[in-house]
Design a protein around this ligand. Structure first.
Ligand SMILES: [Zn+2]
Ligand SMILES: [Zn+2]
Length: 136
C-alpha cells in the first residue's frame, strides 16, 4: 500500500510544495475550498494564479489558526482567510477583509521573515510579532 500512503500524505501535508499550498486541502472531497475577494466577490482560484500570497500558522490555547492572504488584482486589496482548527469541535473558516494593500503587504512581509510559517510551534520573531502574545 505504499502508493496509497504517499497519496494520503500529500493530501494531509499541504506544505511540501512552495508557500501557497493550503491546509484546507485536507478537507474532505465536496467541502468548499472556495474563497472570494471580499470586495468584488471574484472567486480566487487557489490552485492557480490566485493562490495565497502567504500564510502563517500558530497555535493558541491548543487550537491551530492558519491565516492565508489572498490578493485581488482587480481591487488591489487583500482578503484574509482564517482557518481555525479547533482542538475540540468543528473546524471553522472565516474571512476578513478587504484589507488595504499597505496593511496586507506589511503582514505578508512579516510572514516571509519566518523560515517556517506553516509551523504552528515556531516562536521566531515574526511569529511572535504576528500573533502578539497569544501563542501557546
Ligand atoms: Zn476583488
Ligand atoms: Zn516563525
Amino acid at each position: 500500500m505504499a502508493i496509497q500512503r504517499s497519496v494520503t500524505r500529500r493530501l494531509i501535508f499541504p506544505f511540501e510544495s512552495r508557500k501557497g499550498a493550503h491546509p484546507t486541502l485536507r478537507c474532505k472531497e465536496g467541502e468548499s475550498l472556495m474563497i472570494r475577494c471580499s470586495q468584488c466577490q471574484r472567486e480566487f482560484d487557489r490552485k492557480g494564479e490566485d493562490k495565497s500570497v502567504a500564510f502563517i500558522s500558530g497555535s493558541i490555547m491548543g487550537d491551530e489558526y492558519i491565516e492565508s492572504y489572498f490578493f485581488c488584482d482587480n481591487c488591489g486589496v487583500y482578503t484574509v482567510e482564517i482557518y481555525h482548527d479547533r482542538f475540540m469541535g468543528e473546524d471553522e473558516i472565516s474571512v476578513r477583509g478587504p484589507l488595504p494593500k499597505s496593511e496586507g503587504d506589511a503582514k505578508v512581509n512579516l510572514i516571509q521573515q519566518c523560515p517556517e510559517p506553516w509551523d504552528k510551534k515556531c516562536r521566531c520573531e515574526a511569529h511572535r510579532s504576528y500573533f502578539g502574545g497569544w501563542l501557546d
